[in-house]
Design a protein around this ligand. Structure first.
Ligand code: 4NP
Length: 151
């Protein structure tokens, strides 16, 4: 799960997916990273953590890191939150195999629409709940595909 800072959107996607994977006893590694190094080592943004806690998906233990080219080798699917993340990650790709791993996460819940998870960082509290809802819906679809072997 990849966003810009790895303190709002991608840790929320990471926390939701980890929880669903654990609840379903799946043997799948979930992680997140930012395209930038601005917040490396930091816990998720307080507002995202409060939203997450209030909705029973705490993400307090996660720490930001920056995406690295090794992630193309270590992961089978790389979900990005918006088109800027997509561009940044594709610019690091080495070959077609890398590029095929990168997907806009909302295309899971809204196929072919190329919708983006909006950056909630400079907005109000409501934005964090909207991000949570979008990612909850998308990770439900991903989980379903994992269970059915379509991923
Ligand atoms: P994120 O949100 O990409 O969802 O983690 C942001 C966090 C920090 C900044 C931008 C977006 N920032 O510019 O510091």
């Amino acid at each position: 799960m990849v966003c810009l800072g790895n303190i709002c959107r991608s840790p929320m996607a990471d926390g939701l997916m980890r929880k669903k994977v654990a609840e379903n006893n799946l043997d799948i590694v979930v992680d997140s990273a930012g395209t930038s190094g601005f917040h490396v080592g930091e816990a998720p943004d307080n507002r995202m953590r409060e939203t997450a806690k209030g909705r029973n998906t705490p993400i307090d233990d996660l720490r930001a890191r920056q995406f690295s080219v090794d992630d193309f080798d270590n992961f089978d699917i790389i979900y990005v939150m918006d088109s800027s993340n997509l561009k940044n990650i594709l610019s690091l790709s080495r070959d077609e195999n890398d590029r095929q791993k990168v997907k806009l996460i909302l295309n899971e819940s809204h196929p072919g629409k190329d919708l983006e998870v909006p950056d909630p960082y400079y907005g109000g509290e409501r934005g964090f709940h909207e991000v949570y809802d979008m990612l909850d819906e998308a990770t439900d679809v991903i989980l379903e595909k994992l269970i059915n072997g379509k991923r």
